[in-house]
Write a protein that binds this ligand. Structure first.
Ligand SMILES: Nc1nc2c(ncn2[C@@H]2O[C@H](COP(=O)(O)OP(=O)(O)OP(=O)(O)O)[C@@H](O)[C@H]2O)c(=O)[nH]1
Ligand SMILES: [Mg+2]
Ligand SMILES: [Zn+2]
Length: 313
């Protein structure tokens, strides 16, 4: 029997995990020891890219994962509309980059706000990357200004970028240096294209936008962490169709994860105010005065009232 070692999970495909051994930086292809799978029934993937694991390597470049080390944090979502199971998108990350596009394909506001709520709940800082700005003219350019104003006023970092034209790629590159980052978003928004723009030698596969629906074609099919030459790791992920809140986030807690709603709620008349129809609600007043955006407030109401809308696209 070979000695046990620790390593970092850098790729996940089906039941296989690629692990980078801490000792010498070599990669081995592993599977999970049967018993471990049963430990955590609530998640579809007990191990995610970014996890540190204990492995037993064999001599032929394969190995078995024996245990998962404690995570610093994780980005988690409901795995599908019907399932009650959760899916860990990435583990132990410094920052999540939510890649969105206002067109070709457009990212839905509900998706963005549920992503942000989940990340707040799990203490993961988020930067919103608004990609494909080379395509935004006229109405889309106005929409871009409006969008950016809403999210930067709340305190989220936003960056206008274009993988195609190169806008702000150098700024992004500097932000990523030395950090572990995950790029997430719908299919076709340009996650893999952006990573290629940052580091062309990675040459990740990118896809077309389908002509009729103007949606992505799910080109990236696995979770993979790539290493940047100047230090730092980026996790490229397959396009997410939806971003449902997991059951652990209670209805009455949701408002805590809208930073601007939480801020104003300190002045609500009632301690337990749900900011729906209570008198003296400082949040509703702030919406009326334009201090909280109507789209954010309606995302909040959607998540609060309609259980299902939490899980829809
Ligand atoms: N005009 C324009 N097109 C872009 C830009 N970034 C990406 N694209 C195009 O968008 C399409 C999808 O890009 P991908 O990088 O494959 O998107 P993805 O987010 O990785 O998609 P999945 O892997 O399916 O989740 C490709 O045709 C890219 O050329 C951009 O900044 N501007
Ligand atoms: Mg991709
Ligand atoms: Zn209130």
């Amino acid at each position: 029997m070979n000695e046990q070692q620790t390593g970092l999970v850098t790729k996940h495909t089906g039941s296989h995990y690629r692990v980078r051994l801490d000792k010498d930086g070599t990669y081995i292809e592993t599977v999970v020891r049967g018993k471990l799978r049963l430990k955590d029934l609530k998640t579809t993937n007990p191990i995610a890219v970014g996890d540190r694991v204990v492995v037993e390597p064999s001599d032929d470049g394969t190995g078995i994962i024996l245990d998962v080390c404690d995570r610093k944090n994780y980005l988690i979502r409901r795995s599908s509309n019907l399932s009650r199971q959760a899916h860990i998108v990435a583990a132990s990350i410094d920052r999540a980059y939510l890649v969105i596009s206002l067109a070709f394909p457009d990212t839905k506001i509900g998706f963005i706000d549920r992503f942000l709520v989940s990340a707040e709940a799990y203490h993961i800082p988020v930067t919103i990357l608004i990609n494909k700005v080379d395509l935004y003219e006229d109405e889309l350019a106005d929409m871009l200004n409006g969008f950016e104003e809403i999210y930067s006023n709340i305190g989220y970092e936003t960056l206008r970028i274009s993988a195609l034209r190169g806008d702000n790629i150098n700024t992004l590159k500097k932000r990523l240096a030395g950090k572990v980052s995950v790029f997430a978003g719908n299919s076709g928004v340009g996650k893999s294209s952006l990573i290629n723009a940052i580091e062309p030698s990675l040459n990740l596969k990118t896809g077309e936008i389908s002509g009729y629906h103007l949606k992505g074609t799910h080109t990236t099919t696995f979770y993979e962490m790539v290493e940047l030459p100047n230090g730092g790791f980026i996790i490229d992920t397959p396009g997410l169709k939806s971003f449902g809140l997991i059951d652990d986030i209670g209805k009455e807690e949701i408002s805590h994860f809208f930073p601007e709603i939480f801020r104003y709620s300190a002045n609500c008349r009632f301690n337990m105010c749900t900011h729906t129809d209570e008198p003296g609600c400082a949040v509703k007043k702030a919406v009326e005065e334009g201090l909280i955006s109507e789209s954010r407030y309606s995302s909040y109401l959607g998540m609060f009232y309609d259980e299902d809308s939490k899980y829809r696209q």
